[in-house]
Design a protein around this ligand. Structure first.
Ligand code: HEC
Ligand code: HEC
Length: 162
């Protein structure tokens, strides 16, 4: 069911392979693209319905260095997150700056911050409910879907990036 709704409602922007059609929409085969991570760190974000938004770079302190996040740290941590949180480069920045809200494993914390390590049905439902605006472009909210359709799409998108 998720796949057939996707073809009709989502593929016009995301593509039949969900690869984002050359940058027109988010590539859903990966959790996050590097430019998206950088954009969110630089500008903050608050559209997915969490009680408090993510602060922009002027509010992001690295507790390891006791200073605001630097350009070099943003580069390193954006690569780390977009690369699936593997390797050591950027891992210290993540632990010192991001883990407090997103969790040590990046899988998010209920009522605090979403998973940035993988898609899950809750995150997909939040995006469908609120829409999404960011480095890539704008996605409208989809408030005409039934609960069962949202669930099916959540499962479909979660499987794509595995
Ligand atoms: C104070 C808590 C907090 C900290 C610290 C924080 N975030 Fe977030 N982050 C959030 C919240 C809350 C959201 C969801 C915002 C929304 O509602 O749109 C978010 C969203 C994101 C998103 C967008 C996810 C998506 O798919 O929309 C990315 C990427 C992200 N954070 C990366 C990071 C990185 C990398 C760091 C460390 C440099 C970091 N965050 C630090 C709270 C935080
Ligand atoms: C009008 C074009 C359009 C349509 C239709 C559309 N999307 Fe999107 N979607 C986007 C864009 C653009 C983004 C990236 C927003 C950004 O972060 O810049 C996005 C982002 C997303 C994200 C978040 C990706 C991330 O990294 O956090 C998810 C999940 C998603 N779309 C799922 C869907 C699903 C499921 C459907 C079908 C019900 C759909 N989209 C339909 C344009 C669209």
């Amino acid at each position: 069911m998720g796949g057939s709704i996707f073809i009709v409602q989502c593929a016009p922007c995301h593509g039949l392979q969900a690869d984002g059609i050359d940058g027109k929409a988010a590539n859903l085969n990966v959790r996050l693209e590097e430019k998206t991570v950088k954009h969110v760190i630089n500008n903050g974000q608050g559209m997915l319905g969490f009680p408090a938004p993510m602060p922009d770079r002027n509010g992001l302190m690295n507790v390891n260095t006791n200073a605001l996040i630097t350009d070099a740290e943003i580069d390193a941590v954006a690569k780390y997150v977009a690369g699936g949180m593997k390797g050591t480069e950027g891992a210290d920045v993540f632990a010192g700056t991001c883990a407090a809200c997103h969790g040590a494993d990046g899988k998010g914390m209920e009522m605090v911050a979403p998973s940035i390590a993988e898609f899950n049905p809750t995150l997909v439902a939040d995006v469908l409910k609120h829409g999404k605006k960011g480095a890539i472009g704008a996605m409208p909210a989809f408030n005409n879907l039934t609960e069962a359709q949202v669930k099916a799409l959540g499962a479909y998108v979660t499987d794509l990036s595995k």
